[in-house]
Each structure stands twice: as C-alpha cells, then as structure tokens.
Design a protein around this ligand. Sequence first.
Ligand code: SAM
Length: 278
Amino acid sequence: MPGAAPPTDRPAPVGVDPTRASIARVYDAFLGGKDNYEIDRETFRRVKSVAPEAQDLAVENRNFLIRACRFIANQTGITQFLDCGSGLPTAENTHQVVQRVNPDIRVVYVDNDPVVLAHGRALLEENDNTHFVAADIFNPREVIENAVVRKHIDFTEPVALLQLGTLHHYNGPRERPAEIMREYVEALPSGSFVAISHFSDPEDELSALARKMEDVFLHSPMGSGTFRTQTEIEELFPGLEMVQPGVVLCADWWPDGPRIKELNSAQRTISGGIGRKP
Ligand code: SAM
C-alpha cells in the first residue's frame, strides 16, 4: 500500500536480544529471509555499501552446501552428517537435501545462536533422523563428546562433517581454525568426508575488495568475517585427500551447468572444497 509504514520486526523470542547482531540472522538477511532484525540488516547494508552484490556471496555458499550434501549423500554411501553451524532454517536444509537421496541418513545439526535455538530447532528437527545440539563448534571436544551427538553419530563409521560458512566467524588467533579442523579430523574414522566453505581472498585485483569487506564485517555490529587465501583455506583440510577440483570458488565447485554470465566480485570471494580422510 503506498505510504504504508514498513513492516516492524516481530517480537524477539525469550532469550533473544534484538539489539545485538547475530551471525545466523545476518546470514538470513543476506539470503533475503525474514528472520532478522534492524541491527542485522545494518551489517548487510554496510557490506553492500562496499560490495553491492554481497548477497551473492551468501547465495553461492548456500548453493555449494546443497551440491556438496547431494554429492556426499549420492556417492559416498555415508549415512551420518554432522552439520556444524546449521544456520536458521531456509529453503533447502541439509537434512532435506540428503534424506531426499536416502531417508535413512541421520543429520545432527549444531549451533549456538539463540534464535536458531528458539525456533529454528523445531523446524530443523523435522523427523526421527534429524537432531539438534546446542554447542560451540569451535570447541571440537564439546561437539564430539556431546551426548546427543554420540547417540546419533557413530564415530567408528564414516561421517560427513560440514563446516559451511562457519570458520571465517572464528575471532581468535588466525591459525586456530586449522587446529580446530585437525582436532575434528583426528576424531573421524577413515572414509569420512569434510566439506568446508570460507570467505576467500582472490589474491588478484579483487584482494582490495576482500580486505574492505573483511574490515566492514569485523567492525560491523556482527563483528566477525575473516577472509583467507587459497593456501590458508587448504590448511583447513589437514591430511585429507581432496575431491577434485580441490578448493575452488564455491561457484566453480561442480556447478549445475555451463556458465552463461561472468561471476561478479562477490561470487569471487567465497571458496569451498571437500576432502576425504584416507
Ligand atoms: N552452514 C550454514 C550455511 O552454510 O548455509 C549456515 C552458515 S551461517 C553463516 C553460520 C552459522 O554458524 C550461524 O548459524 C551461527 O549461529 C553458527 N555459529 C557461529 N559461531 C558458532 C559457534 N561458536 N558455535 C556454534 N555455532 C556457531
């Protein structure tokens, strides 16, 4: 209706602070979702002011999640997925993608965001093979030793471990994410697969843009978003055999068809890959 007031944000669920930005809700804003508040959209607007196509970074990440999950479910015979940093429910969630291939696949989601805990959990725990755990994904022990994880993930059988769009939100020492992944990989049996996507520095004329986006993310209300080089992202797969084509732009990892348009700058700042534990 012309002149109508913009929609107001829904009241925050108990335990959710709408004055503090959250990674899950900022990502939801990037994906065009409705589960976000003004403080989250502020981060989105700030990033868009330096990278107008920034939403495509999130879209490519999510499309990579869908293709990576479909690949692992279809081709490896793995029947248990540990999805670290589930995010808020959206159109194609991990369990929907993989259980379409095999309804017996078990999925355990892990997240620590209050909104994901408050109402995402109910939507993600849709059936008996889908479970949700509240834990810190940057503390591998806490995740691996969690009772619900132990109940539904058998660490003597191959596991698919997902760290999609998560590790760039770690705010401590720059080398720690590689150690975190080493701890996860040590806990996995041979034949397990690990999928990672991460903000990337293209190390070409777009490096300056990646640095600018990083600066905006780090100084935004959300306060996280580190861009890594190709070598740094490869270090997140310690001792793993990379599935071809290795770590590449998410958009270039087994795309659904031929490219008819050149990638924009935002699409060139998110990379991903899948490794197999020998
Ligand atoms: N994996 C999904 C994807 O790729 O579409 C969602 C990615 S979203 C950008 C990152 C998610 O990681 C958010 O839901 C956030 O709450 C979660 N996350 C960030 N830090 C976390 C932590 N320390 N422990 C648990 N979850 C965390």
